[in-house]
Ligand binder design. Structure first.
Ligand SMILES: C[S@@+](CC[C@H](N)C(=O)[O-])C[C@H]1O[C@@H](n2cnc3c(N)ncnc32)[C@H](O)[C@@H]1O
Length: 333
């Protein structure tokens, strides 16, 4: 982080003590809360308001550090993330240059990369040490200015009503209380500012009937994340070619067979134009994501509508899109 990040986003509530600086990069130090005197270390250039072993998102830390660049558009050669962001938020990319965006639950930074290309100032936070992956992927590499912190959405260390835009994709279903999650990030939107979230969709059926992963998750969420990843890495090279062969069968016979014999495999064959090695990487990563996340709480459209209802809204919309359901809102001025 840089001194200017501290001055702009944290100095009102915190004091800064620098112990290691290279050029203008503060690599190590201590941030102390002026009211509570609680101390938070700066490690590897990132303020840590939570430590990795203090939280439920360890699996994501493992996932995003092992598969650091797998899903970045700049690495995959695809434009999935670009389209998902701009088509669903409907934000004016060309007008974000002097704006400040809060990205909540940034993972390895696939969306951070796209947001930074606008030239905006992006503040990205994540509960897990995925922040290190985001730092390696995006810090100092784009036109926009990036400030990364490791922090909990339920205790964001920034002022309320400060951000022009708040972005949170792929996250709320993985938090213990999605409604509270939305409430917390909505607080950070400034008057006249916008928020965009997405959520897994609940089809109003029992979980096991939404997706077979919910049956597997009864077992897999009890396995230690490192062990689960090892298991998936072991069987995926054997299973993925079979899964691909099944997908190639006519009349969707393969899909029917997979209902009977549902080996967990997030296989993007036929959906994304990826070489086999990349397909395998994505399969291991997303299978681990689906089976290892502590929380996986899809919502119906009606539930999301209720979640984002607020007298502070000047505008709001909820529609099917992105990873299930998208909600956009703008705060009254
Ligand atoms: C599925 S990943 C999505 C990451 C990124 N938004 C993307 O789409 O690639 C969910 C992320 O949310 C983060 N997360 C979950 N609960 C959080 C919380 N309470 N505060 C901050 N981040 C959280 C996880 O650590 C994880 O990196």
């Amino acid at each position: 982080m840089k001194q200017r990040h501290f001055d702009r986003f944290l100095s009102e509530s915190f004091n800064l003590e620098i112990t290691k600086i290279e050029g203008d990069e503060i690599l190590e130090g201590l941030i102390t809360n002026k009211t509570t005197s609680k101390k938070h270390p700066i490690l590897k250039g990132i303020p840590r308001f939570v430590l990795p072993d203090e939280n439920y998102a360890i699996n994501f830390g493992i996932q995003w550090n092992k598969f650091k660049s797998t899903q970045l558009d700049s690495q995959s050669g695809l434009t999935i993330t670009h389209h998902r962001l701009w088509e669903n938020t409907k934000w004016p990319a060309e007008k974000l240059q002097d704006k400040v965006i809060l990205e909540a639950g940034s993972g390895a930074g696939r969306f951070t990369e796209i947001l930074l290309k606008t030239g905006a100032t992006v503040v990205s936070l994540d509960l897990s040490n995925a922040v290190d992956a985001n730092y390696d992927n995006n810090y100092g590499k784009h036109e926009g200015d990036l400030f990364i912190v490791q922090a909990n959405i339920y205790d964001i260390p920034f002022k309320d009503g400060y951000f022009d835009y708040v972005f949170c994709y792929g996250v709320i279903q993985h938090t213990p209380d999605p409604d509270l999650t939305y409430f917390k990030i909505f607080q950070k939107v400034k008057p006249g500012g916008s928020i965009s979230i997405d959520s897994y969709r609940d089809y109003g059926r029992p979980r096991f009937a939404i997706h077979y992963k919910y049956s597997w998750r009864k077992i897999t969420t009890k396995i230690k994340p490192h062990t689960l990843l090892r298991i998936i890495k072991f069987y995926m090279p054997f299973w993925l070619p079979i899964d691909i062969a099944l997908k190639k069968l006519p009349f969707k016979i393969g899909s029917q067979l997979l209902y009977v014999f549902p080996i967990p495999c997030w296989n993007y064959y036929g959906r994304f134009d990826l070489k086999y090695k990349a397909l395998l990487n994505w399969a291991v990563m997303d299978t681990f994501d689906a089976l290892g996340a502590t929380y996986d709480q899809p919502k119906t459209k009606e539930q999301i509508q209720k979640m984002i209802e607020s007298p502070e809204n000047a505008f709001s919309e909820v529609f099917y899109g992105s990873n299930g359901i998208v909600a956009n809102a703008r705060k009254r001025i």
